[in-house]
Design a binder for this molecule. Structure first.
Ligand code: IDC
Length: 468
């Protein structure tokens, strides 16, 4: 897998990142507006019958407000199936991409990071004839910074470099030295809505400034998610796994079922999705699978039955990865529907190397939930794959006292966690202020919300991963 990644990276360098032409400012007595643009085109992934590409368009002229990018796909078999961060359409071989509201203004030197997945019949020639607002993009390539070397290996300072392939040992998550560890990190918001927040710059900030161990990829199944474009979402998840790997972070692939609450509604989709991502990522050490975000209004028996059908599909392709099973009542171990952990303790999922999810929202879920976790942690391997510092709606005031009590408890029990959300959603659970993802600054304290500041201060303290 390492070799394969290296090959892909090599292809991206030679085939992608293509200089596509610049245009100069018009000179003359009546100086017209300066125009010009550059496009960096990168094939980020390719598979039988399809591919994914990044299109970064940089405005080299005067600032523009409202823009249209056009280009030509040279192979008749290339069809855009899903595009993001703009509105995409195709007519014949011409693709037209129009700004989203949030990126309509491009200052001089500013870039819009776009991307799409496409179908393919044969070769994958790069597009030609890029224009921005009708002007050919002939700007020279500035040269993208290459991503860090993937999978730096044991001994290097990243979380994956130190801990390697994880496994469950007793009620703990253990590293390659068979010692218990705690991973601390952040969850995306729904990637169908907040794709713009997950760029090289934001992932660099997460790995370097936040020193995050973990990046949870929340792939909603409904609400304009996976069910609308299985191939496109699968490929986006895979790209995000690679971006986490390149920075030495664990990637938690979250099959974000929510409504309807019975995961069996999505059983066939789950089998298809996990067969694909498990086969594709089997050789990686940084992948953890979360098979159902929050079952609700459904019995533990039904959830267990779902798990016992999905887990073997993952194991067939990726035998050694840790798998996390959602629990009853929005992954509250049943508490939010009047039950408790005993239903799981008495009737565990019939599989090994698995953990159980526990979720909480600190302003809504307090002492009785903490008591449940304290009890259950002695009997079940728990992983807090999602929690908020606010109310269960994702909004309302942050409850600092309850959040700190929770985080102290998780640290003490070495329970891993991911916080909802690493995004700039207009809700108090988001770590960034609204609008942050329209720019490139994910590092200064001014872009953080109250919740983001608390989480960054907790996550960025040194890890104590045992190495022998
Ligand atoms: C919320 C989002 C919100 C979105 C809503 C419905 O913050 O923007 O409109 O989902 O999709 C969960 C879920 C998670 C929720 C979150 C906050 O796993 O999807 O996100 N929450 O309500 N469980 C408890 C709380």
């Amino acid at each position: 897998m390492k070799r394969f990644t290296a090959l892909l990276a090599a292809c991206a360098t030679t085939l992608g990142l293509t200089a596509l032409t610049g245009t100069q400012a018009a000179a003359g007595p009546q100086a017209a507006a300066a125009t010009g643009c550059r496009v960096d085109y990168t094939v980020t992934n390719q598979w039988q019958g399809g591919f994914q590409a990044g299109v970064k368009v940089t405005n080299l002229g005067d600032p523009v407000t409202g823009w249209t990018l056009k280009f030509t796909l040279p192979d008749a078999g290339q069809k855009v199936t899903q595009g993001w961060n703009a509105t995409w359409s195709q007519s014949g071989s011409t693709v037209t991409v129009t700004n989203s509201d949030w990126n309509r203004t491009l200052a001089t030197g500013a870039a819009a990071d776009l991307g799409f997945t496409g179908t393919l019949t044969g070769a994958n020639p790069k597009p030609t004839a890029f224009t921005l607002n009708g002007v050919a993009c002939t700007g020279s390539v500035g040269g993208e910074e290459p991503p860090p070397d993937p999978d730096p290996g044991p001994g290097t300072g990243t979380p994956v470099g130190i801990n390697g392939q994880l496994h469950v040992c007793g009620v703990n998550l253990c590293n390659q030295y068979d010692r218990p560890i705690q991973l601390r990190g952040m969850s995306t918001h729904g990637i169908q809505w907040f794709g713009k927040c997950y760029t090289n710059a934001s992932l660099d900030a997460l790995a370097k400034d936040w020193k995050s161990d973990l990046f949870r990829i929340a792939m909603y199944v409904q609400e304009s998610g996976y069910e609308t474009d299985p191939a496109g979402f699968t490929s986006r998840v895979n790209s995000l796994v690679d971006m986490a790997e390149a920075r030495g972070m664990y990637a938690l692939i979250d099959f974000h079922t929510l409504t309807p609450g019975d995961p069996n509604y999505n059983l066939d989709r789950a089998k298809t999705f996990f067969a694909s991502v498990a086969a594709r990522n089997a050789g990686k050490k940084n992948v953890i699978y979360e098979i159902a975000n929050e079952p609700n209004g459904v019995s533990w028996t039904a959830i267990k039955n779902y798990a016992e059908q999905v887990i073997p599909v993952i194991r067939a392709a990726d035998p050694d990865a840790v798998i996390i099973v959602g629990t009853r009542a929005w992954s509250s171990l049943g508490v939010s529907e009047g039950s408790n952990e005993t239903e799981v303790v008495d009737n565990p999922v019939n599989a090994t190397n698995i953990m159980y999810a526990f979720h909480f929202y600190a302003a809504s879920h307090k002492d009785n939930y903490r008591a449940t976790v304290s009890r259950a942690a002695a009997k079940l391997p728990l992983f807090v794959t999602e929690f908020g510092t606010v109310s269960a709606t994702g909004g309302g005031a942050m409850d600092r006292a309850s959040s700190v009590a929770w985080l102290d408890l998780l640290d003490q029990l070495k329970i891993s966690y991911a916080n909802w959300t690493y995004s700039d959603a207009n809700e108090s659970s988001a770590a960034f202020k609204p609008g942050t993802c329209n720019g490139g600054d994910y590092s200064s304290s001014g872009v953080l919300t109250e919740s983001g500041a608390l989480l960054k201060s907790r996550i960025s303290t040194p890890d104590t991963f045992p190495t022998s």
